[in-house]
Structure formats: structure tokens, C-alpha cells
Design a protein around this ligand. Structure first.
Ligand SMILES: [Ca+2]
Length: 117
């Protein structure tokens, strides 16, 4: 027996509403020094871009993406140079190795994880 069309429609509607939020939700912790040391800041968002705190701007030297895929940006409001950081990316502990040391001003969701789903 197949579900009544009205219920099927509702399920599809809910799934369609949920997927973009899930695929874009992210959180990360950034640290002023390499090896996850010194001052830190927790950041999180969905599809939005979040600027790092004023006293952390252009100072982050390591990042914990908590198994998320995020894109870090050189300028505020996700502008300028950017770099995708995700599980499997080497050197989360040292942004210097990724040529992004003391540069980060904002973070957003991974572009690819939002557009592919
Ligand atoms: Ca630093």
C-alpha cells in the first residue's frame, strides 16, 4: 500500500526544507596560536558567513573544524582569498602550512557541500 499523495507531498516538502540547512551547518574553533593554543573563539553558522571577533581577526593560526567542512576567508563578509578546510585537510594545527597564517577574518560553509546536494 502506498502512502496517500498528501502525506507523500508533505514528506518531500520537509526533506526539501531540511537538506540545505543540514548540508550547510558548520561550526569551528579558531586559535590565535598554532597547535590549538592561546586564545580561542567558537564560531558557527548555517549558510551564513560569520566574521571572527575583532581581537581574533588576522590572528588565527590553527583551526578545529569539528569534522565540518568550512571555508575560511581573508576578508570580512567572506571576501578576498579563501581556502576550504575539512576533515582530511592537512595542517589544521598550523595555518602557516596552508599559507593562511594570521589572515582569517571570516568563515562560511563549504561551497561544494552546499551546491552538490
Ligand atoms: Ca597567530
Amino acid at each position: 500500500m502506498s502512502p496517500p499523495p498528501a502525506m507523500l507531498c508533505r514528506v518531500i516538502f520537509i526533506v526539501a526544507l531540511t537538506i540545505p540547512l543540514v548540508c550547510c551547518a558548520w561550526n569551528a574553533t579558531i586559535y590565535k596560536d598554532a597547535d590549538f593554543k592561546s586564545q580561542s573563539q567558537d564560531l558557527q553558522g548555517d549558510q551564513d558567513c560569520v566574521n571572527v571577533a575583532d581581537d581574533m581577526a588576522d590572528k588565527a593560526s590553527s583551526i578545529n573544524t569539528h569534522d565540518n567542512c568550512v571555508r575560511i576567508y581573508e576578508d570580512v563578509d567572506c571576501g578576498g582569498l579563501s581556502l576550504e578546510v575539512k576533515p582530511g585537510t592537512a595542517s589544521h594545527f598550523s595555518l602557516k602550512n596552508l599559507h593562511f597564517d594570521n589572515m582569517m577574518s571570516s568563515i562560511g560553509p563549504c561551497l561544494c557541500s552546499c551546491t552538490q546536494q
